[in-house]
Every structure is written in C-alpha cells, then in structure tokens.
Design a protein around this ligand. Structure first.
Ligand SMILES: C[S@@+](CC[C@H](N)C(=O)[O-])C[C@H]1O[C@@H](n2cnc3c(N)ncnc32)[C@H](O)[C@@H]1O
Length: 434
C-alpha cells in the first residue's frame, strides 16, 4: 500500500532489515528512502513491518514487527503475554534478553554523548542491585479506566485500555491490590502504589482531596571522603502520587552513586536542585554536618512540605519552594516548539536563599533536563563537583555540552537499568571543574 508520493501508507506491510536501535526505544529500518521506527524488532533482524502511523511531516513512519523472518540471537519469548504488536504499550523490550536490553541502552547513552556532546565515553548499564530478572519491580503503576469502569493498561500511543490481568513488571504489593479485578466506574485512572514501608494503596484519579501519603525507607552505603564507609538509613514521607523512584532499589542506588563521587566534607556548602522530598539533601546534610549548609530547591509545594518534615532534624538544610529557574532569577525556557517564553509569571530576582557559591551541586531534573540557563547558573557557583542524575540520555548529553562550555568536564558517567523491559535508562554523571 503506497501513498500519493509513492511512499508507504498507514496499514502497509513490508519486509525490512532492521539496522539500528535509537533513542526512544525504536528499532530503525529503511524502505525505499523512508525511515521506519519499528517496535518489537531488534537490530540484525529481518521483519515484516506493519505501518501504524506517520511521524510529524511524514518524515518517518512508525511500524510494528508483526512477523520475524530472521531473528536476532538476542530475541526471547516475552515473559508477559500482553506484550507485542497491538497489545499493552507499557513495555517495549520484553522480546529482548535482559543482557541485550542493557547493551542496547548503553549504546543509546554512548551515541547521545557522542552526537550531542562530542564525547566518546565507555558506558555500561548496570543492573539495580538484586534485580536478576527485570520483572516484579514497578512500585507505582497507573492503571487506566475505560468507559465501562474496567482498569487496565494503555495500548501504545492510544487511549484504548488493554484488559491486562497481571502486569509482569509490577511489584508484588501492586499485584496484591488486584486493581484490575474491581470496577472503578467514573474514574480516569487508578494509581497503585507499593511503598517500601506500610501497606500498598490504590489512589483514585481524579483524587478526592489531597490524597494519601506513603513512607519510603532508603538504606545504603558508600565510601566517604576519608575512605571510610558511610552508612545511610532514613525514612521519607511522600505523596502516594508524588515523585519517587519507581524501582524499589533505585533511590538507594542513585544516592550511593552520587555521594560516592562527590566526596562531601564537613563544613561544605551543597545545593540539591529538583530535590523532591529531600533524598539527596538529607545525605548531603549528613556529610556537611552542622557546620555546613545545604540549599534544596523544588517546585512542588507538597513535596517541599514533606522535605521540610523529612529533614526536620537537619537544621543545616534550607528548603526553597520554587522553580529552579525562578530561584536563580533567569528566564523560563521557551515552550517546546513554540519558540515563545512561558507566559506564567516568574520571580524577577534571584532568591536570597541561593548562595553565591557552592562546593558541590546535585542536579536531578525532569526529562527535559536542566537546560542552558540553569547549567550556566550552576557553573557560576564554581562548585568543585556536580552530580547530575538524568532519566533522559539526550537531555544529559545536551547539558554535558553546555557544562563543558562553562568549564565543567564529564569525569564519569554510570548508567543503571532502573526500568527493565522498557527502553528507559537512568544515568548518574559527575562533572568536575577544569
Ligand atoms: C526526577 S525528580 C527528582 C526528585 C528527587 N531528587 C528524588 O530523587 O526523589 C524531579 C523533581 O523536579 C521537580 N521539578 C520539575 N520541574 C521543576 C522546576 N522547574 N524547578 C524545580 N523543581 C522542578 C519535580 O516536581 C520532581 O520532584
């Protein structure tokens, strides 16, 4: 089936050779000059691809591999019966061995750093400790509810609800809630949350009132500035629907990775930007001690309220409720694609709570990254080290290039498989002055 210009149309099926795996989880194939992003395929395979949609401006086509003609040795039978063309859109790598999933993600991190930051970096994607199978980990699952009140998971790029009986990546606490067994008429979604402490909760969306609060415990250790082992064991209150890492081992893993690199010393000044409920700020506060100072910035007022309570025993921490760009007094970035500045009001001046300099900075921004203005402001603080926690390798690579221009070189990047069976990967990068 071809369109007026001779290219493939939605609904067409063609046999193609898959040549690469790209950022965003797409396998890449070409057909007579057209680029196809093929789901459920692997590099090195020959597949029959069914075209499902056209990308913006028809520059590329999206397709599903509906038949595998020549299989990759990395292909496995998906552990979940709901994974595959036309089924649940939650996982995109169930058909790939766990070892190969990690190798593909490492390739994406390497490729983004090479393309956007012009750096050749050897990266390995490490498992989150204790995760051998990549299943039963997701401690937060948003179940969509259809018009009949049935809960399930969304089909890829669709509002359709797939009646998944059991999500294979969901944590056992989420399964215990049996969300898909109950009717949920009148709701948009049900968020199932299985915290590390206490009972799992099913939160109705839209929420009625402020919503439940859960408790998370983080226990970990790292090697401190003087070579001794630092142990960390704290509890955090967080809104059930607020930000917390979804893999049960992720918060402890990222914290140890960050603190192990920063070598924070007593009396130092630290910044925790995009601090959530205070995970990194609490460890920084322990490291700088009562003579040091930590400033933590976060835009969600409920998260900062929790952060203040979670860190109430650490008076060396000041928690600032503000967007990071507003706190620095810089212009907000343009809204994606519009070229216009955000119309929302912003603070005219830098927050007096932000210090003029810092010894170390932790950056843990959302997917869009910190961006040019924030990276420039962070560099202006002249920290000796910056730890950057990134859930999008492209954003990390863009910000790596900006930090390099501002005099900060990428010293080390670690990558973690905190979202097995999906294309997502988390990086912890350390930048040092000079
Ligand atoms: C990836 S989470 C990190 C949270 C925290 N560091 C943790 O590990 O739990 C990003 C956080 O940034 C917050 N956020 C998003 N945009 C922001 C902005 N412009 N300024 C400040 N915080 C922002 C979100 O509310 C969220 O809590």
């Amino acid at each position: 089936m071809t369109g007026p210009t001779g290219g493939l149309e939605v609904g067409a099926e063609v046999e193609v050779d898959v040549t690469a795996f790209a950022h965003g989880g797409h396998a890449i194939a070409r057909h007579e000059g057209q680029v196809l992003f093929v789901r459920h395929a692997l590099p090195g395979e020959r597949v029959r691809a069914h075209v499902t949609s056209a990308g913006a401006g028809e520059r590329f086509l999206r397709a599903d591999a509906v038949d595998v003609v020549v299989a990759s040795p990395d292909r496995v039978v998906p552990p979940c019966p709901w994974a595959g063309p036309g089924k649940c859109g939650g996982c995109d790598l169930q058909h790939v061995s766990l070892t190969a999933q990690r190798a593909l993600k490492a390739g994406v991190v390497r490729e983004q750093l090479a393309r956007l930051a012009h750096l050749e970096v050897d990266v390995e994607v490490e498992p989150v400790p204790g995760d051998d199978a990549g299943l039963d980990w997701r401690s937060r699952v948003e179940f969509a509810v259809d018009d009949a009140g049935r809960a399930g998971l969304r089909r890829h790029r669709s509002h359709a609800v797939v009646p998944v009986d059991h999500c294979r990546i969901a944590a056992p606490g989420v399964d215990r809630l049996e969300v898909t067994e109950h009717p949920w008429s009148g709701l948009e979604a049900v968020d199932a949350v299985a915290p590390s402490l206490g009972e799992p909760v099913a939160v109705r969306v839209p929420e009625d009132g402020s919503g439940p609060v859960v408790r998370e415990r983080v226990t970990t250790s790292w090697s401190g500035a003087d070579g001794t082992t630092v142990t960390f064991d704290r509890e955090f209150a967080v809104d059930a629907r607020g930000f917390w890492q979804v893999h049960p081992g992720a918060a402890a893993t990222f914290l140890a990775a960050v603190m192990g690199e920063l070598d924070v010393r007593p009396g130092e000044r630290a910044l925790d930007l995009y601090c959530g409920v205070g995970l990194f700020a609490s460890a920084l506060a322990e490291a700088v001690g009562p003579t040091g100072q930590v400033v933590a910035v976060e835009s969600d007022p409920s998260a900062t309220e929790h952060a203040r309570a979670n860190l109430a025993d650490q008076p060396q921490v000041a928690v600032v409720t503000a967007r990071v760009d507003d706190a620095f007094g810089v212009a907000r970035p343009s809204r994606r694609g519009t070229g216009r500045r955000s119309s929302a009001p912003r603070r005219a001046a830098r927050s007096p709570l932000l210090p003029p300099s810092a010894d170390v900075v932790v950056l843990d921004p959302p997917r869009t990254g910190a961006g040019k203005a924030i990276c420039a402001e962070v560099a202006r603080l002249r920290p000796r080290a910056i730890a950057y926690v990134a859930c999008d390798p492209a954003a990390l690579a863009r910000d790596t290039a900006i930090l390099a221009e501002a005099g900060y070189r990428l010293d080390r990047v670690r990558a973690f498989d905190a979202f097995p069976m999906t294309h997502h990967v988390e990086c912890v990068a350390t930048f040092r002055a000079g």
